[in-house]
Design a protein around this ligand. Structure first.
Ligand code: FE
Ligand code: MN
Length: 360
């Protein structure tokens, strides 16, 4: 159907059928090749909705005063084991946030074709920058030697192995990947599964739990607060990658076979194994309310939820959450005074709800 606009002596014809054709060619991969970043009409509504939810959660590290944390860091009220957890948190996440951001910018956002997917992935990458910046802010506030952090990537074997697990699945997808080939489609689907469900979705949760457990005991309140905001962001990232994975697989059914499903479950098994090794390094001796065994059980539980989220069979089956309080601690909707003014300012007039953390 043509719509004709007559403006003075000129007429402009808009062909709606052509526009519909272009819309139908919107795909996660191998979609319409275009330089035009035209969001409308939206095909992946979830991507736009998540973009809006993520933007409404905007935060900046330096708005959170570090005074109490600095005082505690230098005092005897904090044990060496507790300081070690913070060091491992800063050490691991300093590397991990960068790796996630890099994979979005140079692999996933490069390969997807629909503009609304590029939109939400741009926000996702920016949030990784905010997280990386929050770690810089913690390191400088606590006056930790910046070289120490870099050294941890190389010299703590469990951090090194976690990082290699994900960078290996990113590096091979860099250049000129022909996504008409099923094996390359599978490689991309694996990348999206590993980054979203295994790394951000599972391997982040050991430290999240430990740092929030300290926060619950009023230890390092500002660091705890930043990790709460980070965790809220991560739950959106897991959703972005979960939806992306599901749509990619549904649009390219040749990917799906039993073999592939088992490969994904094996990748999760490996992620869990590496995370447990890391948990033991974080907790070489017991601390108040923190046992390596409980954290390992927690990781089994989280991993199973992630698998179910993408329609895969759980590994442990019947695993239970040993930390029911954790869901409460990260539920920022109940936040009363702390950040209120600021969040409202960032959100401007938009009245968006914070997404549910019910995936825990
Ligand atoms: Fe992050
Ligand atoms: Mn993330």
């Amino acid at each position: 159907m043509d719509t004709v606009f007559q403006i003075g002596s000129r007429s402009f014809v808009l062909d709606e059928d052509k526009a519909r054709e272009a819309f139908a060619a919107k795909r996660v991969i191998n979609g319409r090749k275009t330089e035009a970043f035209n969001l409308l009409p939206l095909k992946y509504q979830w991507a736009y909705d998540l973009y809006r939810a993520m933007k409404a959660n905007h935060w900046e590290p330096e708005d959170i005063p570090m005074g109490k944390d600095i005082e505690q860091w230098q005092s005897n009220s904090i044990s060496d084991q507790e300081r070690w957890i913070i060091r491992m948190g800063i050490g691991y996440f300093s590397a991990a946030e960068g790796i996630v951001g890099d994979n979005i910018q140079h692999v996933v956002r490069e390969l997807v074709t629909a503009p609304e997917l590029k939109l939400v992935l741009g926000r996702h990458a920016h949030e990784e920058n905010i997280h990386a910046d929050s770690l810089l802010y913690m390191i400088s506030s606590l006056r930790i030697n910046p070289h120490e952090c870099e050294a941890m990537f190389e010299q703590i074997p469990s951090i090194k192995r976690k990082n290699e697990f994900v960078t290996n699945i990113s590096r091979s997808l860099r250049r000129d990947l022909d996504l008409t080939l099923v094996e390359n489609q599978k490689a991309l689907a694996k990348n999206i599964f590993v980054f979203g469900q295994c790394m951000e979705g599972t391997q982040f949760y050991g430290l999240f739990g430990m740092i929030l457990s300290l926060y619950r005991q009023n230890k390092f309140p500002a660091i705890g607060q930043m990790f709460r905001y980070t965790l809220r962001d991560e739950s959106n990232h897991i959703e972005v990658f979960r939806n992306l994975f599901m749509d990619l697989v549904n649009e390219n059914p040749a990917i799906q076979d039993d073999n592939f499903r088992e490969e994904l479950r094996d990748l999760m098994r490996e992620a869990v194994r590496l995370e447990k090794e890391f948990i033991v390094d974080c907790l070489p001796v017991g601390a108040v309310g923190l046992s390596a065994d409980d954290f390992c059980t927690y990781i089994d539980y989280i991993a199973d939820r992630r698998l179910e989220g993408v329609g895969l069979k759980p590994i442990t089956q019947g695993s239970k959450n040993p930390f029911p309080w954790l869901a409460e601690t990260i539920d920022i909707k109940k936040e009363q005074n702390f950040f209120e003014g600021r969040v409202t300012e960032y959100q401007k007039a938009s009245a968006l709800e914070v997404p549910d953390d019910d995936d825990l």
